[in-house]
Design a protein around this ligand. Structure first.
Ligand code: FA5
Length: 341
């Protein structure tokens, strides 16, 4: 009787496993057979009513049915899982022959680009690249540059003071004395970096960038400065660029000059960028005032120097025909996109 029941259960359960279409259905069958009140569980509980001599035979029979059902369940689970996996793989198939979407390439910010270009040219000429603090003392920014307190030439720059003696550096010239104190001549340094002034219009920004250059050696002359700047400008803006040196005044250089380049937009003919003059002012420079060398402990009888200070925002504006300095600081992606080379 019990063996007939088991045979029936086996047949019926194996058939329902065979017919099951998903894992949920298989789980329901498992519970129906092996759960707390499942078919096989109930029969196992009934073993206590079986005669002791029949128990081994009935036990073996139960085990056989149990194993057959479990094997069939496992087999079906694997089959259904495989079908599901293949279906997923089919749905998620990647066609590697399909052309990819264009990936957007980034680009250097125009100021970073100009710093890289200028420092590369200077490093080729044997210059070392240095840095200096943006929060500076009055001493390095002014006094060591031959601009004593209350001197009228301080008015040339509208400086942002933090305390009476601490300020946001108004010129990278502040690194000159720092480097002269540290180094023994001969040496050649350039220092690109941020500078700050209370200025604000289309060509002036409160935060802007300069690159200072300083060479200290024996027998330095104006000819060295002019030759160096000519090479620098021609390598930056092209061989046919015209350069104009004009006399100027800076307390830390004597004599002092300002340097203009032919407008790269109109090549000297005159346009809106150069305000019709055909030339654009780029930097200040000159032979280092012997007083400045002496203040930093350099023997001015033996050594001379030349220095220059590029306005990097202006350099970039000329290079990229940018007509408002603010565009360099707005981080407008539409503007930056156009700067991609
Ligand atoms: C100076 O700052 C001198 N330290 C340059 C120098 C160095 C002379 C070494 C001699 C020897 P000036 O104030 O002219 O000079 O500034 C130099 C350049 O910085 C200017 O030609 C201009 O391009 C740029 N500049 C000055 N102020 C601003 C500003 N507010 N915004 C953008 N660029 C500025």
């Amino acid at each position: 009787m019990l063996s007939q029941d088991l045979a029936n259960i086996k047949e019926e359960v194996l058939e329902s496993i065979e017919k099951a279409n998903d894992l949920k259905e298989l789980n329901e069958i498992r519970v129906r057979v092996f759960g707390k009140t499942g078919l096989i569980t109930n029969i196992s509980k009934g073993m206590r009513d079986v005669l002791p001599e029949d128990r081994p035979k009935v036990g073996a029979l139960i085990n056989e049915v149990k194993t057959a059902i479990e094997c069939k369940l496992q087999e079906k689970i694997e089959l259904l899982e495989n079908i599901e996996l293949n279906k997923k793989l089919e749905e998620e198939k990647i066609d590697i022959t399909e052309p990819s979407k264009d990936s957007e390439l980034g680009a250097l910010h125009p100021i970073t680009d100009v710093i890289d270009r200028l420092t590369d040219i200077c490093v080729d000429m044997g210059f070392s690249v240095v840095e200096g603090p943006e929060i500076e003392t009055d001493y390095y920014n002014f006094e060591a540059m031959n601009i004593p307190k209350n001197h009228p030439s301080r008015d040339m720059q509208d400086t942002l003071f933090i305390t009476e003696d601490i300020l946001l550096r108004s010129q990278t010239s502040a690194v000159q004395a720092r480097e002269m104190e540290k180094r023994k001549p001969p040496f050649k340094i350039v220092c690109p970096g941020k500078t700050y002034r209370n200025d604000n219009d289309a060509t002036h920004s409160p935060v802007f960038h300069q690159m200072e250059g300083l060479v200290v050696d024996e027998n330095i002359s104006m000819a060295d400065l002019k030759a160096m700047l000519t090479i620098l400008m021609k390598r930056l803006y092209g061989e046919d660029t015209k350069i104009r040196f004009r006399p100027s005044f800076f307390p830390f250089t004597e004599p002092s000059i300002e340097v203009d380049v032919s407008c790269p937009s109109c090549h000297g003919k005159g346009c809106s960028l150069c305000k019709g003059t055909g030339m654009l002012e780029l930097l200040g420079a000159g032979i280092v005032n012997p007083k400045v060398l002496e203040m930093s402990g350099i023997d001015s009888k033996k050594y001379r120097g030349f220095a220059f200070g590029f306005g990097l925002d202006r350099t970039s504006m000329i290079l990229n025909s940018i007509n408002n300095i603010k565009n360099l600081y707005r981080n407008d992606i539409r503007f930056l996109e156009q700067m991609k080379k």
